[in-house]
Design a protein around this ligand. Structure first.
Ligand code: SF4
Length: 449
């Protein structure tokens, strides 16, 4: 049988992109401009800014740091030179620095990380290194904020490129959520029912600004990750009649559906329309209000891609991240967090075939790490997370060499008025013990169908 997925030996998405733009590969990319240095996209006039604990749409204090122009020595250095400079700086700094690399980071950055994982695993890993004075977080802005929330006051969290945000996190800003909350209070009131349950419990996905984690902390709400969303929703329903879930509609819908909540009781809240674009009756009947947010990477996965994978590989196991649209999750064999996907591959017998619906850097790395399996991305077009891609070895070398010279640049520091309630919301999440039915929902999502 002819298939379109040859074995992967080079995990580098960047190398694949370079071959595409030079015409040496027949592959295609949704964003060939990513083959350029990110500094070309980070000109001061267009570089997004992130305030302390803010999403991109929040008003930023004047003193908010902006990404400065990367010195030429880093922009023109070769890949080999950058790797040598990073290694040398890291050696000089020793225990004083810890480098965290998200699963979706480019391979050229991940190879220098002390820990590789998802955003929450990394924030906790940083907590386990209190001796490190600097935490260099190779991920996106909300992840560095979370690391700052969980680290000590003496530790500086550094984001190598301040333009590295998350387009999904930016889809919910504090003003819009507060405006939504006021409208919901007007409809539902503020009094608990006769079982003591609040009218609405706000739940924010980890992929949100610290400002929104603070919002849920102040309003009796909680944070969730893609690993514990079912248990967190159960926690919320013990305390509330309904849930406002932001920013990712897909994680909210996929999780609530697996728990048996009907789709007609999950209206979408569009922040640009009165009542989120719903009627009063629809909202009165709602169980989960889903914010109109999504991940631009995971929304590219389609049922047609799954059908094609099944035609080419009849034994394929299709596993997708729950940020994917509901029809894709329904058509897959299993769905779960990045950690779930990695563990599924680790546990599979040699010779297994996986079609994966998550970010391409992780998929390529897994394909190279587990040559005993056939592993490929559902989406044949190379389409990395473009904001995560803003972290380049040039920026990593720069922040490390600045540290060697005694300077902390690009520090992410969440102010205490935001950090204190945000920590409350995170601590509530950490205290959640999954009930049997939540564990069952997670297993249903995670198990082979
Ligand atoms: S992959 Fe999606 S959710 Fe993750 S950082 Fe990129 S845009 Fe945000």
């Amino acid at each position: 049988m002819t298939t379109s997925h040859p074995a992967v030996t080079d995990p580098s998405v960047d190398h694949a992109l370079q071959l595409i733009v030079t015409g040496e590969s027949t592959g295609s990319s949704c964003a060939p401009e990513l083959a350029d240095g990110p500094w070309l996209l980070d000109a001061p006039t267009v570089a997004p800014g992130y305030g302390p604990g803010a999403s991109q749409a929040d008003p930023l204090p004047l003193a908010t740091p902006r990404q400065q122009v990367l010195p030429e020595t880093y922009r023109t250095a070769t890949e080999t030179e950058l790797h040598e400079r990073i290694r040398a700086a890291k050696e000089t700094l020793g225990e004083k620095v810890v480098i965290l690399g998200h699963f979706y980071q480019r391979d050229e950055v991940v190879q220098h990380a002390d820990f590789v994982g998802d955003s929450f695993q990394l924030a906790r890993a940083a907590k386990g290194r209190p001796e490190a004075e600097a935490i260099v977080f190779c991920g996106v802005h909300f992840m560095a904020e979370t690391a700052d929330l969980l680290s000590t006051d003496e530790q500086a969290v550094i984001l190598p490129n301040l333009a590295a945000g998350c387009s999904m996190a930016d889809m919910a800003d504090l003003d819009s959520v507060e405006d939504c909350w006021e409208q919901l209070e007007e409809i539902y009131g503020t009094d608990p029912d006769d079982q003591g349950r609040a009218p609405v419990i706000p739940v924010t996905y980890m992929n949100s600004s610290a400002a929104l984690k603070g919002f849920v902390g102040r309003h009796g709400g909680i944070v969730c990750t893609s690993s514990n969303a079912a248990a967190v929703l159960e926690w919320a329903f013990e305390r509330g009649q309904r849930v406002l879930f932001f920013p990712d509609q897909h994680l909210g819908r996929n999780t609530a559906k697996a728990m048996g909540i009907p789709l007609e009781q999950m209206p979408l809240w569009n922040p640009n329309r009165a009542l989120g674009g719903n009627t009063r009756e629809e909202l009165e009947d709602a169980k989960v209000l889903l914010w109109h947010g999504f991940c631009s990477v995971h929304k590219r996965f389609t049922v047609e891609q799954i059908d094609k994978a099944r035609r080419e590989y009849p034994d394929v196991h299709v596993v997708v991240h729950p940020e994917s649209p509901m029809p894709v999750v329904d058509a897959a064999d299993s769905s779960g967090s990045t950690d779930f996907i990695v563990k599924a591959i680790q546990a599979a017998p040699a010779g297994s075939t996986f079609a994966i619906g998550t970010e391409i850097n992780l998929v390529q790395r897994l394909a190279a790490q587990y040559p005993q399996h056939t592993i490929f991305c559902l989406d044949p077009v190379i389409c990395p997370c473009s904001t995560m891609y803003r972290i380049h070895p040039s920026y990593l070398a720069w922040v490390l060499e600045e540290l060697v010279d005694g300077r902390v640049v690009n520090q992410i520091s969440v102010s205490s008025d935001v950090a204190d309630p945000a920590r409350v919301a995170l601590e509530r999440m950490l205290a959640v013990v999954p009930t049997q039915s939540a564990a069952q929902s997670a297993v249903t999502q995670g198990a082979t169908k």
